[in-house]
Write a protein that binds this ligand. Structure first.
Ligand code: NCD
Length: 308
């Protein structure tokens, strides 16, 4: 299901594939707890091609490869490569396909990672393409939801913030369409609402969803509060000034949430969640979400690269 596949979008991921990935990610959690890792991917090489900054995605992919015995080309950013001399995406894809067994690519333009995949001869993982998608973030988000709620269906989720520019929201909303009975609400300023393309995708799958500007009515009923950052780097300062600080998870918001609701955030968090909220057991972004990213990426790299 995953072997040697490109992971560009959540659109092509099946329920069975998610289930097998989650079983394997759970095995990775146990493995890391017992021995820190193993040598299954000895001889395999990952090329991280990051045209945009990253903390968690870069580090968790690198460490996942290393915990399974694989190696990583020591390239922190494309700013030190021939890209600065004008090398095209197609040529860069060809070059790194000659050295590595998998390319993990982040790029500021939507569609650029698919272009890498067209010219690569090894699997390509989309680690975020502009305002497009971030499929592995969605997988680790859903894994965290499954772990906390005990199910991947029958729950309600509200996405909060700058939804027009936030690729993890696009990927997770699309991924959730393969599971039954998930109620999705998108809360954003009207200038930063969910992209038309994603709305159409959901409608075509017969998923009904609501879009709101005020979150008061959803806070008491949601199982998952999915908070996002305003993507300052993707908009002009006028829009940024208009929408920044519109929603902030405070102690008061915590009181409005259900006792067993959970709060997720892909991070980095700027000012959309008060730091005092971090201590609440429902706040999972530091507690489990980040670490789950490593288990999911270990599982994914293993399924992609090792013939089991
Ligand atoms: C997100 C991203 O890069 O899309 N971060 C991440 O990968 N965890 C969100 C963001 O940039 O704010």
């Amino acid at each position: 299901m995953w072997y040697r596949k490109h992971i560009l979008s959540t659109e092509t991921i099946t329920k069975e594939a998610v289930e097998s990935l989650f079983v394997h990610a759970e095995e990775m959690r146990v493995l890391v707890g017992k021995t820190g890792g193993n040598t299954r991917l000895t001889g395999k090489v990952m090329a991280p091609l990051f045209y945009e900054p990253s903390s968690r995605t870069f580090s968790s992919f690198a460490v996942s490869m290393q915990r399974l015995g694989g190696t990583v080309i020591p390239l922190q950013t494309m700013a030190t490569t021939s890209v600065t001399k004008g090398e095209t995406i197609a040529d860069t894809a060809r070059v790194f396909s000659s050295y590595a067994d998998v390319l993990v690519v982040r790029h500021p333009e939507k569609g650029a990672v698919s272009e890498v995949a067209e010219h690569a001869s090894v699997p390509v993982i989309n680690a975020g393409d502009g305002i497009g998608e971030h499929p592995t973030q969605a997988l680790l988000d859903l894994f965290t939801i499954a772990q906390a709620l005990g199910r991947t269906e029958n729950f309600s989720i509200a996405f909060i913030g700058d939804l027009a520019h936030y690729r993890p929201v696009n990927s997770l909303a699309k991924l959730l369409t393969i599971f039954p009975n998930i109620s999705m609400t998108f809360v954003s300023p009207k200038e930063a609402s969910l992209q038309e393309e994603v709305q159409t995708y959901l409608s075509n799958k017969h998923i009904s969803f609501q879009q709101l500007q005020n979150w008061d009515e959803v806070l008491p009923i949601v199982d998952v509060l999915y908070v996002t950052r305003v993507k300052k780097e993707y908009m002009d300062s006028q829009l940024y000034d208009k929408i920044k600080g519109r929603y902030c998870v405070t102690g008061k918001v915590l009181h409005m949430l259900k006792k067993d609701a959970i709060i997720l955030h892909p991070l980095p968090r700027i000012d959309e969640i008060e730091t005092t909220v971090d201590h609440d057991p429902r706040a999972l972004y530091f507690r489990t979400q980040i670490r789950n990213g490593m288990y999911i990426r270990m599982a994914l790299l293993d399924l992609l690269l090792a013939k089991s």
